[in-house]
Design a protein around this ligand. Structure first.
Ligand code: CA
Length: 238
């Protein structure tokens, strides 16, 4: 699993410490917040890849924070795992349907927590995992940063050379195929939130990515959707 920034919103210092320790041990970057208000002020600067959210917090509750994150365009996509103290709280919070991706009852083992985080990230943000992606002979390996394309006539695996931005762009598009991404969405996902670059920059890198894919006959996998953005086509045209 690649390093992800994970915010733990937890007011009990011992649990917050345990979570941060285990996140760090697993190679993630823990961000600690002791209240919903603190979490929100930290998110003004930078968005985490995932939020672990305690239900019972001083001040604003975890449930209210989850609802607010889901209602805001900027934070809507952040995966949330709710932490509850008892199984009856667990049932209640599930019944409230706050839009969380998963729920864990305290006390939980570090192993269980890490497994849940991994599963949620794999489902919600596959571009953050180290899983090999392979579509129609085009293979991208996040561990080695290697991209290869299978040549159907010779059966050869040809290596492609991509710049770092083109690599991230291709990784995001291959893990979210068939969907149309606007330039603004691609900027958020590939360049990062709060990075002030013009939307035209996306076009420049799409052009470079297509040029890198052209020698292996894969440039047409990146489709321009007029007036909307770009799409990675996973189904080859016949
Ligand atoms: Ca609490």
């Amino acid at each position: 699993m690649a390093a992800s920034s994970i915010m733990a919103v937890e007011d009990e210092p011992a649990i917050a410490e345990l979570i941060a320790f285990n996140l760090q041990h697993a190679g993630h970057h823990p961000i600690r917040a002791f209240s919903a208000e603190q979490a929100q002020s930290l998110m003004v600067d930078v968005l985490p890849d995932l939020v672990l959210l305690d239900w019972m917090l001083p001040g604003k509750s975890g449930i209210l924070l989850a609802k607010e994150l889901r209602a805001d365009e900027r934070t809507r996509q952040i995966p949330i795992i709710m932490l509850t103290a008892r199984s009856d709280e667990h049932d209640k919070v599930m019944g409230l349907d706050v839009g969380a991706d998963d729920y864990i009852t305290k006390p939980f083992s570090p192993k269980e927590l890490m497994a849940r985080i991994k599963a949620v990230l794999r489902r919600r943000a596959p571009q953050l995992t180290d899983d090999l992606v392979s579509i129609n002979g085009l293979k991208l390996d996040p561990v080695t940063h290697r991209v290869t394309a299978l040549q159907s006539d010779s059966g050869e695996q040809l290596k492609l050379s991509l710049g770092p931005t083109e690599f991230r762009l291709l990784h995001f598009m291959m893990t979210h195929p068939e969907r149309v991404h606007t330039r603004a969405q691609l900027l958020d996902q590939v360049w990062g939130d709060h990075v002030f670059v013009e939307e035209r920059t996306v076009d420049v890198h799409i052009k470079r990515l297509r040029a890198s894919l052209a020698p292996v006959g894969c440039s047409e996998m990146i489709e321009t959707i007029r007036g909307s953005g770009y799409r990675f086509a996973s189904v080859p045209d016949q």
